[in-house]
Ligand binder design. Structure first.
Ligand SMILES: CSC[C@H]1O[C@H](OP(=O)(O)O)[C@H](O)[C@@H]1O
Length: 368
C-alpha cells in the first residue's frame, strides 16, 4: 500500500532479477529499512527472526527462498534441502508449508537446469496471487463495513483489529485491513482501534505505522482495552487475520485473539476473520487440539525496544531478572465465537461445509 503517497509492497524481486527485497519489519516503526535476501538461508532466517512475518508473507518469502536455493543447487537433493530448511522456520502459519508444497510440485517434475527460472516464475505467481486474493477479501469485507455504515448514517464505523494483518503481513493490501483500506478509499468514515499486541507489538509498531502512512484514522490501545470499548458500544465490528483455519472453522491467530473473541461474543459485537484460502488447513479437524502453537524466546517478553527522547533506539528490561516468562505466540479461537470468515470467495460460515463448498480444491490438496 502507500507509504506517504508512494506505493510499496512488503516483498519483491529486485532489478537484478534474482535477489529479493523485503521491508525489515523488525526496524519499524522507527526506521524504514529494506533488506536484500540473496540465499535460501537468508530467507529462512528472515522468516524465523520475523524480519518478515504474517502468514501470507511468510509463504511468499519461502517461495522466493526456494528460487534462491535453485540458483545455488537445483539438484533433487538441493530441492529437498531447501524445503527442509524453510519449512521449519516457523511452525504455525500453514501458508509456509502451502507455498513450499506449491514450489516443490512445480519444480520436482522438471529438469534441474530449468528449475531456477521456473522457481522464480512460480514465486512471482504466488506473490501476485496473494495480492489478487487480498483484493477479493477487500471487496467482500467492504460489504460488511458498508452495511455497518448504513445503520449509522454520517457516523464513523469503528473497527477493532489485533496484531498486524495488514499489507505488511501479506504481499499487499493485507487481509483484515484490506476491507478497511477499500472503505477508506470509497470515502466511508472508518476508524480502527489498533491492539498494541504484546509482546512483539505488531499492532503498535506495524498496523499503526501502515494505517498512519496510508492516512487511515486509528487509535492504538493496550491489549486489555478492547473489552471495555465493546461494553460501551465503541466497537462496531472486529476484523482480525489468521495463520491457520482448521476444517471445523477454528481460527489460529496471534495470542490474545481468543480473548477479544470472547469479549465480542459477550457484547454482541460481530467478530470476523479475514483469510486467503491458502490459510485453510483441511488436514486439521480440531484447531484447538491440533494446530501447533509456536513458543518464542522469552526475551520478547522481558525486553522492549523503543526510541529515546533524543532519537536513539534502546532496549530495556521490564521483567525482574529471576522471573520466568512464557511466550506463546498464538492461540485458537473456536468457530462458535467467529461470526464469519472473509475470504476471496465470499464471507463464509466458520464450518467445514461452507469451507469445503467454497474451496473444494483445497480438500484435494489436504487429502494428498
Ligand atoms: C495475514 S496473517 C497475519 C497474522 O500473522 C501474525 O503473526 P506473526 O506476526 O507472528 O507472523 C498475526 O497472527 C496476524 O494475524
Amino acid at each position: 500500500m502507500k507509504v506517504d503517497g508512494k506505493h510499496f509492497r512488503s516483498i519483491w524481486r529486485e532489478r537484478d532479477g534474482w535477489s529479493v527485497g523485503a521491508i525489515d519489519q523488525r526496524r519499524l516503526p522507527h526506521e524504514f529499512v529494506v533488506a536484500r535476501l540473496t540465499s535460501c538461508e537468508d530467507a529462512a532466517v528472515a522468516i524465523r527472526d520475523m524480519l518478515v512475518r504474517g502468514a501470507p508473507l511468510i509463504g511468499a518469502t519461502a517461495a522466493y527462498g526456494m528460487a534462491l536455493a535453485m540458483r545455488e543447487d537445483a539438484s533433487d537433493a538441493g530441492l529437498q534441502r531447501a524445503y527442509d530448511t524453510l519449512v521449519v522456520a516457523r511452525p504455525t502459519a500453514i501458508n509456509l508449508k502451502w507455498a513450499l508444497d506449491e514450489m516443490r510440485a512445480a519444480l520436482a517434475p522438471i529438469d534441474p537446469v530449468e528449475r531456477a527460472e521456473a522457481a522464480y516464475a512460480r514465486a512471482d505467481e504466488i506473490a501476485e496471487q496473494d495480492v489478487e486474493i487480498n483484493r477479493g477479501i477487500a471487496d467482500n469485507g467492504l460489504k460488511l463495513i458498508e452495511a455497518t455504515a448504513a445503520k449509522k448514517p454520517g457516523e464513523v464505523v469503528n473497527v477493532l483489529t489485533h496484531c498486524n494483518a495488514g499489507w505488511l503481513a501479506t504481499v499487499d493490501w493485507g487481509t483484515a485491513t484490506a476491507p478497511i483500506y477499500l472503505a477508506h478509499e470509497h470515502g466511508i468514515k472508518v476508524h480502527v482501534w489498533v491492539d498494541e499486541t504484546r509482546p512483539r507489538n505488531q499492532g503498535a509498531s506495524l498496523t499503526a505505522w501502515e494505517l498512519g502512512h496510508h492516512g487511515v484514522p486509528h487509535t492504538v490501545i493496550p491489549d486489555n482495552t478492547g473489552g471495555h470499548l465493546m461494553q460501551h458500544g465503541m466497537v462496531d465490528l472486529a476484523i482480525v487475520g489468521t495463520d491457520r483455519v482448521a476444517a471445523n472453522g477454528d481460527v489460529c491467530n496471534k495470542i490474545g485473539t481468543y480473548l477479544k473473541a470472547l469479549a465480542a461474543h459477550d457484547n454482541g459485537v460481530p467478530f470476523y476473520v479475514a483469510l486467503p484460502s491458502p490459510t485453510i488447513d483441511f488436514a486439521v479437524h480440531d484447531g484447538i487440539r491440533d494446530i501447533p502453537i509456536e513458543q518464542r524466546s522469552g526475551v520478547e517478553v522481558t525486553d522492549m525496544t523503543g526510541r529515546t527522547a533524543d532519537g536513539r533506539l534502546e532496549t530495556v528490561r521490564i521483567v525482574p531478572e529471576n522471573s520466568p516468562v512464557a511466550n506463546y505466540a498464538f492461540d485458537v479461537t473456536p468457530a462458535r465465537l467467529v461470526t464469519g470468515l472473509i475470504t476471496e470467495r465470499g464471507v463464509l460460515k466458520p464450518d467445514r461445509a461452507a469451507l469445503a463448498s467454497a474451496f473444494p480444491e483445497r480438500i484435494a490438496v489436504a487429502a494428498k
